[in-house]
Write a protein that binds this ligand. Structure first.
Ligand SMILES: [Zn+2]
Length: 86
């Protein structure tokens, strides 16, 4: 079980999407769940994305400063993923 950084509910890992931070301070969607690096989990739902964004949950969970551009890009990818898998 992993906890969504948006709604804070624990769910099976496969129901959540992992965002990974790399050494250069960039973040990306890890749709395989196997990428190296620190990860933060989110439900693929708009509500959770918005909550995580407001709480600055991605930067906090990863313990690194994430640029607004990276956040926007990853959230857009998550949004797309959510629509494709709805
Ligand atoms: Zn959630």
């Amino acid at each position: 079980m992993r906890r969504c950084a948006g709604c804070m509910k624990s769910k099976p890992k496969k129901e959540l999407i992992r965002i990974v931070g790399d050494k250069e301070g960039h973040i990306f969607l890890d749709t395989t769940g196997k990428a190296n690096g620190r990860g933060v989990y989110l439900c693929p739902e708009k509500e959770c994305l918005e909550k995580a964004r407001k709480k600055n949950a991605v930067s906090r969970s990863l313990g690194m400063r994430v640029s607004q551009e990276d956040l926007d890009r990853v959230f857009a990818e998550l949004d797309k993923y959510e629509k494709e898998n709805a």
